[in-house]
Design a binder for this molecule. Structure first.
Ligand SMILES: O=C(CO)COP(=O)(O)O
Ligand SMILES: [Zn+2]
Length: 215
């Protein structure tokens, strides 16, 4: 019991500090984005709806039971079901980060990219932290159909880009999810910078080699 309580306290603190760090560095703005963390007993902490990630309070985070019932804290993010769908499909995950990071959102509105894998393997860290980035079709924020579209794609990818909206990323830890989301955003920025250049992404062999190592 004491162990669970201290794990929960640590995760509450970490959600607050990661939210502040992402917000302060403009990875999301206003009241956009949400963060969640799954405890080892299956309970899930989530950021409240309409909260700024720059200004969260550990004590008011929303809490869900392992079977998905809201059992405490403020009214949860409208994307609660989307986070739950990620956890259902990514059994290794104990954290999910969703942002409206500008460059990733820009990529999410470009027509004609491969919806199974939007970005080329520009760098080793992109392959190591993100790997593959499918597009989920547009549905309004908080719509159950959006969460279902994400669930489908989460079977084969821990990072998904929501069309005309933003990225959602699952990680083994909050730090992993944060770092993967940042890597995704920076790679989207590089991709946009290089759109008119002739580029030389990593080769399939270089990519596969990294995917086997993963660290
Ligand atoms: O990013 C968001 C919706 O997609 C923010 O919604 P919430 O304020 O409900 O978390
Ligand atoms: Zn959103």
């Amino acid at each position: 019991m004491t162990e669970i309580l201290s794990e929960e306290t640590r995760l509450r603190d970490e959600i607050v500090s990661i939210g502040r760090s992402l917000f302060d560095r403009c990875y999301t703005h206003g009241s956009t984005g949400n963060i969640s963390a799954r405890l080892s007993n299956g309970e899930i902490l989530m950021t409240p709806t309409d909260a700024s990630l720059g200004n969260l309070e550990g004590s008011t985070l929303s809490k869900f039971s392992a079977d998905g019932v809201h059992i405490g804290g403020a009214k949860p993010t409208k994307e609660a079901f989307l986070h739950q769908c990620m956890y259902c499909e990514r059994i290794e995950a104990s954290a999910v980060v969703h942002l409206h990071s500008t460059n990733a959102v820009a990529v999410s509105v470009i027509d004609g990219l491969d919806p199974e894998d939007l970005l080329p393997p520009l760098t080793a860290y992109y392959v190591m932290r993100v790997g593959k980035l499918p597009l989920a079709p547009y549905f309004p924020p908080g719509d159950l159909a959006l969460a279902e579209a994400v669930r489908e794609r989460a079977k084969s990818s821990a990072a998904i880009l929501l069309a005309n909206h933003g990225p959602v990323v699952a990680g083994k830890t909050l730090r992993d999810a944060q770092h993967a989301t940042e890597e995704l955003e920076e790679t989207a920025k590089l991709f946009l910078m290089l759109r008119s250049e002739k580029i030389r992404p990593l080769t399939p062999m270089q990519r596969n080699n990294l995917l086997q190592r993963k660290n």
